[in-house]
Design a protein around this ligand. Structure first.
Ligand SMILES: [Zn+2]
Length: 346
């Protein structure tokens, strides 16, 4: 990126109400068959236009073609039975009825490559594509086959790598792996989480990112956050290992969270997508609030490696609020960009 402080979002954005129920996770589609195929493309076009108009520099598909950031990828795999469901605790936090791994997992065909190709045709801007991370995928399933989180994650990592290589080939600039589970299972991150992430990015020439957050602004997450105390030091457990990995970019939660900003120092040298937008509130940040968060982050991230972003996806918010937040992000980044440029000149 040649732009200083290039802005982006973590990934998901609200869908139009004609395609899925707004402000809802796992919202079922309102269209069917060819209408749904066409509708997803139209939703993607709108989402892209909203990002561009809001001044976002690195754009994405707003995850308009998927129902959920983990489940949709898994739905396209063989070896997972969505009819056989078990209730498990996701991220040690909330019960969910999940599909079952019944045999060896494989990816019979690409999942998002056609969507990414379509997005690439619509814009000359840099594009980022999000995929679920191996550990987060494992944590969203019941495994009756491998009976080992590590083995299953390794198999997923290989499938994700195949998908990522195809995304790169159609012109995706940054491939991001969403690993909110990294903030919960610290020992597993060290034992096999990072190794699986490295397997997922193996051989990629495009930039790679990992997104580690405290989740969407849904009740199970906000309740959990209340139990974490006044300082959230989860990143401290995992950042040294991430720093030593080959991942280029780390996307993390900052604004309004209780993460001590100095923890970012632990990944000095990496590019950092700093969450300067709180996705757990409908209140739209002012550009000055965004700028204040970015200025703080600049103490721990070199200016050429700071990428202003959102704390997490914005799919549970209204479109109006999400638009306002993206505009605030751009405006806040502009303020700090001007300050940095003035310093350079002066
Ligand atoms: Zn997130």
């Amino acid at each position: 990126m040649n732009t200083l402080l290039p802005t982006s979002t973590a990934g998901s954005l609200p869908k139009p109400s004609w395609i899925a129920e707004p402000e809802t996770l796992w919202s079922p589609w309102k269209l069917e068959d060819q209408q749904l195929v066409d509708g997803k493309k139209d939703a993607l076009r709108i989402s892209l236009q909203e990002q561009s108009l809001a001044g976002i520099d690195i754009v994405g598909d707003g995850e308009q073609t998927r129902q959920h950031f983990v489940t949709t990828f898994i739905e396209h795999l063989d070896g997972v039975d969505f009819e056989i469901r078990e209730t498990v605790k996701i991220r040690n936090r909330y019960d969910a009825s999940v599909p079952t791994v019944v045999g060896p997992v494989s990816r019979p065909r690409s999942v998002f490559v056609e969507d990414a190709k379509f997005l690439r045709q619509q814009t000359d801007q840099a594009i980022k594509w999000a995929l679920p991370g191996p550990m987060t995928m494992v944590d969203t399933l019941y495994d009756a086959h491998y009976q080992s989180r590590e083995k299953l994650a390794w198999e997923f990592a290989k499938l994700l790598n195949d998908e990522a290589k195809e995304l790169e080939a159609v012109g995706v600039d940054i491939i991001q792996f969403d690993e909110p589970a990294f903030n919960v299972f610290f020992e597993e991150v060290q034992e096999w989480g990072i190794a699986c992430l490295e397997r997922a990015i193996q051989g990629l020439q495009c930039e790679t990112a990992v997104h580690i957050c405290y989740g969407y602004g849904i009740k199970a997450n906000t309740d959990w956050k209340k139990t974490l105390g006044s300082e959230w030091r989860q990143y401290e457990e995992i950042f040294p290992a991430i720093q030593a990995s080959n991942i280029d970019i780390v996307s993390l939660e900052c604004h309004h969270s209780h993460v001590p900003m100095e923890l970012i120092e632990l990944i000095r040298g990496k590019k950092v997508m700093v969450g300067a937008i709180d996705v757990a509130t409908k209140q739209i940040e002012t550009p000055e609030e965004v700028a204040a968060t970015l200025r703080q982050a600049l103490q721990y991230v070199d200016a050429d490696k700071l990428y202003p972003s959102t704390n997490c996806g914005m799919t549970p918010l209204s479109r109006e609020v999400a638009r306002g937040k993206m505009e605030a992000l751009s405006a806040g980044a502009s303020i700090v960009r001007a300050e940095l440029t003035a310093q350079c000149v002066g």
